[in-house]
Design a protein around this ligand. Structure first.
Ligand SMILES: *[C@@H]1O[C@H](CO)[C@@H](O)[C@H](O)[C@H]1NC(C)=O
Ligand SMILES: *[C@@H]1O[C@H](CO)[C@@H](O)[C@H](O)[C@H]1NC(C)=O
Ligand SMILES: *[C@@H]1O[C@H](CO)[C@@H](O)[C@H](O)[C@H]1NC(C)=O
Length: 538
């Protein structure tokens, strides 16, 4: 410990973790500590503890700048100016089978670029952080906070972090549309305990077994990630909705089931409820759950009593999101320190290719093909069409993502057909799966009605979709029908002669197959519709 540079960052607030990491730095910048394991490192196995800091100014977010020329910026790596104290992080994190993550953190330490992809619902997409309008803060969501830290802690690696969060999306949809919605990654961050937990009848308290459709979807998503050839790491981060959906009951959360899965698959996992529960009860600054930013409305927020939530579901950037980021940062810190204390062995270096254990819920295998046809995939799927044309309705957009492609018809009797595999691996052969169509709904009186029928292979009940609605908005909505399982389930969509408005326009943008009983993604305001009083509207 004679290294004065190493001492410079030792403050009382983070004494133990700093000691631990100082031991690491004692041997120089070689954080993988290869071959220098000593008695001294055993002492370092003491669990790091530090005191919490108070939340800072709601507009005080500072992006830690990557210092070029450094492989590892140990000052950033050791940072522990956290809202959560060391013992709270310790209680909230389980390391799981750390081999996959150790491999990726070793790559970071070595300056290799790694790809991180965050998967989850609205919280992951940044709801409650500056990414979403009206949040009164410059603190971003947890993914951005974590990404900023990661790039500053490992400047040479310059990790790429992609946010694949989609508001109101159940895990089952990600599992089903994996190839369509989720880019390949070395590390997946998986947040899926708030939205998956919003179906009280289906999710929590119902059963001791992990057998509800929502839970089955989570397991298939985990399997889909783990199954990949390059053996990516999956880290679970569990937010917690104190008022909704968990109704002030600690154990009334789908996290119970998620924890069992994390344990079963050996995933590192971090839990907000475990970290923050005591402070939620005491109402400590930054943890106040008796109110939300939204409930303050135009009133000045008290700088000495920040709420944890933006709107009682979504954590707030400077508090709740910051805690989620701290949990992930600590997972990486602990893994880096662990690599130093216990270097990767030869066996671990060449992670053996093991078959994934059979599903925890018997038969709940991941699908290995995508059951989603969106964008160009949908274009390629259509093999028969008359009167429908593939059109980009926002031609001025230069980015493909922002363009609005779809099959559009404006005349009655126009039709298109496609054949899809409506079998889903985990479902019984005779059960009817859900075929979900993505179509444009609008208040424009030119919109029309289309009929949907199954014409070969599978059977389904014919349905009609009216694409004219009263809301002053045009957006892609979903309509669905149940279809029997068949390798070539042929569906025909025909524009009807009748209309509720003046025209016959109908636009289709995609189709997916979901197992019977799962939930599709719905509008992102769905929670607000369900419990308006919690959102300061009632
Ligand atoms: C980790 O150890 C290996 C083997 O001794 C060494 O070649 C490599 O440079 C080390 N990594 C770092 C970042 O020092
Ligand atoms: C880091 O990577 C991003 C792309 O992911 C790139 O735009 C940026 O220039 C890189 N930064 C450095 C310092 O290499
Ligand atoms: C996909 O799964 C099916 C059965 O579930 C299996 O027969 C097939 O070999 C798998 N394909 C790939 C590419 O893994």
């Amino acid at each position: 410990m004679s290294d004065s540079a190493a001492n410079a960052w030792v403050t009382p607030a983070c004494l133990t973790v700093c000691l631990l990491l100082a031991l690491a730095s004692h041997r120089g910048p070689d954080l993988n500590g290869s071959g220098t394991s000593t008695q001294q490192t055993n002492d370092a196995l003491v669990i790091p503890r530090h005191d919490a800091v108070a939340p800072s100014d709601k507009d005080g977010y500072k992006v830690p700048q990557p210092r070029q020329g450094l492989v590892v910026d140990s000052q950033v790596l050791r940072d522990c100016s956290f809202l959560l104290a060391g013992h709270e992080l310790e209680q909230a994190i389980t390391s799981g089978d750390s081999r996959r993550l150790r491999r990726q953190v070793a790559r970071l330490v070595a300056g290799d670029k790694i790809r991180v992809v965050a998967v989850g619902a609205s919280i992951t997409s940044g709801a409650g952080g500056r990414e979403w309008p009206g949040t009164q803060t410059n603190w971003p969501g947890y993914v951005t906070q974590f990404a900023d830290w990661l790039r500053a802690a490992f400047p040479a690696a310059n990790a790429s972090v992609h946010n694949a969060g989609m508001a109101g999306t159940f895990s089952g949809v990600f599992a089903q549309c994996f190839d369509t919605l989720i880019p390949e990654a070395d590390v997946y961050i998986l947040e899926q305990t708030t939205f998956d937990g919003t179906e009280p009848d289906r999710c929590y308290c119902k059963s001791h077994y992990v057998d509800t459709p929502v839970q089955l979807g989570i397991e298939r998503l985990i399997r889909r990630m783990l199954k990949q050839e390059h053996q990516p790491a999956v880290v679970m981060v569990n937010p917690y909705g104190y008022r909704f959906p968990n109704r002030e009951v600690y154990q009334r959360s789908i996290e119970n089931q998620v924890q069992v899965m994390a344990q079963f698959y050996g995933l590192p996992m971090a839990s907000l409820r475990a970290a923050a529960w005591r402070n939620m009860l005491s109402g400590k600054n930054g943890f106040d759950v008796s109110t939300s930013v939204k409930l303050y409305g135009k009133e000045e927020l008290p700088a000495d009593n920040y709420p944890l939530y933006f709107d009682q579901v979504h954590p707030w950037g400077p508090t709740g999101h910051r805690m989620l980021a701290e949990l992930l940062i600590r997972v990486v810190q602990a893994t880096a320190a662990g690599l130093d204390i216990q270097p990767r062995g030869q066996l671990e270096a060449e992670l053996p290719r093991e078959d994934l254990v059979p599903p925890m819920t018997a038969g709940n295998y991941e699908t290995n093909t995508s059951f989603c046809w969106l964008g160009d995939d949908f274009h390629g799927l259509i093999d028969k069409a008359e009167g429908f044309a593939w059109i980009n309705e926002r031609p001025e957009a230069t980015e493909r993502k922002a363009q609005k492609w779809g099959f559009v018809a404006t005349e009655p009797d126009s039709y298109l057909e496609f054949a899809i595999d409506s079998r889903v691996a985990s479902s019984a052969e005779d059960s009817r799966n859900r075929v979900v169509l993505s179509y444009l709904a609008s208040y424009d009186s030119s919109m029309g009605i289309a009929g949907v029928e199954c014409v070969a292979g599978c059977q389904c009940e014919a349905t009609e979709i009216d694409s004219l609605w009263e809301q002053q908005a045009s957006m892609l909505m979903t309509a669905e029908f149940a279809a029997t399982q068949h390798r070539q389930c042929r569906v025909r969509v025909t524009v009807r002669k009748k209309t509720s408005g003046k025209g016959h326009k109908f636009k289709l943008a995609g189709v997916m197959v979901l197992p019977a009983g799962t939930h599709e993604f719905s509008a992102s305001d769905r929670l607000e519709v369900a419990v308006p009083q919690l959102f300061g509207q009632g």
